[in-house]
Design a protein around this ligand. Structure first.
Ligand SMILES: [Zn+2]
Length: 113
């Protein structure tokens, strides 16, 4: 993976994270808690606090995956399959930057469940 690909994927992940958090904010305004995540630094904490109470299961899972992927980007381990430790196809990452399994392991997992 090149540096420019990493930058591109980081941007995609942060964009996705902000999109999910914007949904959370809309929801929280409706319910009256009124928390606004305007900085990425605060986003993590807000996500932590809200995940169990206000987010749907799929949204909280997605946020977890995004945070995990961003963490891996920081540590240089991004793009490695969690199961088989092989590099995940770059086109797959571009299509869905929060994935942590290669297509082979993902398919196997889906068939198993
Ligand atoms: Zn794999």
């Amino acid at each position: 993976m090149t540096e420019s690909e990493k930058t591109e994927l980081r941007k995609a992940l942060i964009g996705q994270q902000q999109h999910v958090l914007a949904d959370v904010n809309r929801h929280s305004k409706k319910t009256g808690s009124g928390v606004i995540a305007d900085e990425t630094e605060r986003a993590d904490k807000i996500a932590e606090n809200m995940v169990e109470h206000q987010l749907g299961f799929s949204e909280s899972k997605l946020l977890e995956k995004i945070e995990y992927a961003l963490d891996q980007l920081d540590h240089g381990t991004y793009g490695i399959c969690d199961d088989c430790q092989q590099e995940i196809n770059i086109e797959r990452l571009k299509a869905k930057p929060s994935v942590s399994l290669c297509i082979t392991c993902q398919t196997a997992k889906e068939q198993a469940s």
